[in-house]
Ligand binder design. Sequence first.
Ligand code: DOR
Ligand code: ZN
Length: 411
Amino acid sequence: MIAGKIFYRGEFVEAGIEVENGRIKKIGKLVEGKKVKGVILPAGIDVHVHLRDFAEKEKETIETGTLSALHGGICLVVDQPNTKPLVENAKTYFQRMERAKKSAYVDYSLNLALTNSNHEKLGEIVRKISEEYFIPAIGEIFIQHESEDLQIDYETIRKVHEKVGGVVFTVHAEDPAYVAKGSPNFVFRRREAEVLAVEKLVEIGDFHFCHISTKDSAKRILNSNSTFEVTPHHMLLSVDDYGRLGKLVNVNPPLREKEDVRWLFRNFHRVDTLASDHAPHTLEDKEMGASGFPGVETMYPLLVNIASKGYISFKSLVEKIASNPARIFGFKGYGGIEVGNFANFAVFDLKNTKEIKAEELHSKCGWTPFEGFEAIFPEKVYLRGEEVLEGEAKAGNVLEVGNFKNVRKSF
Ligand code: DOR
Ligand code: ZN
């Protein structure tokens, strides 16, 4: 029995949760016994992380990235396929899932890449993988990329989108007209790159848009059947942080002017999902201009702190970090504290505000763009009813992956 102040169907209630075989059996009246200190929220889902590994272990591994996720109250991550080698065929997909089975601290899922080499066989590859695993999405699909193989033109996206059904397409919407290869990160009219790509893509079909960072593209998506995510860095940081971040500042899409940042913050309730775009690069790579911010561990804590101060509601936060990602990507058993769902909870003591310090985080990359920001980290994390975080993650609580076999959508 886990008891205390539980976030249940949009509000906090004093209740007790009975767990059986890792799932919530009953949510009922608070019975006598020890109450958990703080509020009990559903553990989060981060549908956009880059856990590197393979040939880039110096940046991050599935092990360190998921440990970081666990300490940030996240119970399920969706890893992106722009790894070295790319996850563009069934063989590499299976290899990576095997690796995750051995080393993931939280539930792990993986997107399949769309490349110029695999687009004609994509349907076949999806079918093959789907016999073994649940594929949440194709993507992150790039319209602009330094690598020729990853930069996909609109016509190819249209064809593949029409042909391959039953799976979400997630896109990194930045049009190459405004972002030439090798151009500096913060170039004039970079903002239009996102707006134009969104304009073109919503005409093609329904997508899930990664890390939307401008109010114009957000508004356009709100007028369509597509969905979109925002990152904490596009909600909380702006061009004003360029000086403070120095060499760390590069990220795609780039940090925006205050007007966009304010809009995203104020319209948080209209956003579909929060995602970190956890993109760990070593400090040496950042010095050389690499783009990306780590963030899987700080996302929920930053936003819980903001919710505790009343700037956003807990209802919105839980929707964006748990229920909406579960619904959009089809993760059955996740998304909220409901009978039948996995007993995945994150417990936050709303009085325990701390400053974020890179040295206390668990990502291998060793830095954060949120150094010194206030956050509320989880005191406890429960995965399938087991307390896996009590100051330190306990060894032996690595969760099995591949557990989506039974909840697979049909293709
Ligand atoms: O800044 C970014 N870095 N944006 C992306 O979309 C990809 C990511 C990466 O993989 O490093
Ligand atoms: Zn990304």
